[in-house]
Design a protein around this ligand. Sequence first.
Ligand code: FES
Length: 173
Amino acid sequence: SSREGWFGHMGRIDAIRLPLLAPDFREREIFCCGPDPFMRAVRGMLDAAGFDMAKYHQESFAAPAVEEIPAPFSPPAEDGAAAAVEAVTPIRFSLSDVDAECVAGQTVLQTARASGVRIPAACEFGLCGTCKVRKVAGDVEMSHNGGILDHEIEDGFILACCSKPLSALEIEA
Ligand code: FES
């Protein structure tokens, strides 16, 4: 499995693991970021452990409001020109040996899913980095939220969940 070679803790932090990981946690400032139920559980655990909640800070982890989703087809032009032709961009997923077509407005992740290519993903708004894949060829427009570092971008990596093709792509997935 992908966890082979990992000997550290797994799963959520709890009242038993917290003092093992940070014996002096009561003296520390604690910063928490994650989905709401997770942060609620952390707050409850700290409160129960007698932590001074004035030293607890959190950042909510919520998807920004989705802007209106663009229609997949452009309406036919008044003059009957060939505007009804769907705009698609080819994406080659090299490891899966799949040639897919990305409909205008779709992300690399959505295209992968629509064509049966598995790219792991979690937050789906460019924060967690789970969907990081290497781009072998082509250009994308990527609007991430910190889930990828500059040097990774320079090395050709993209976050599939928030990248849209600007040209034909080849992706290592
Ligand atoms: S799924 Fe979290 S950054 Fe893409």
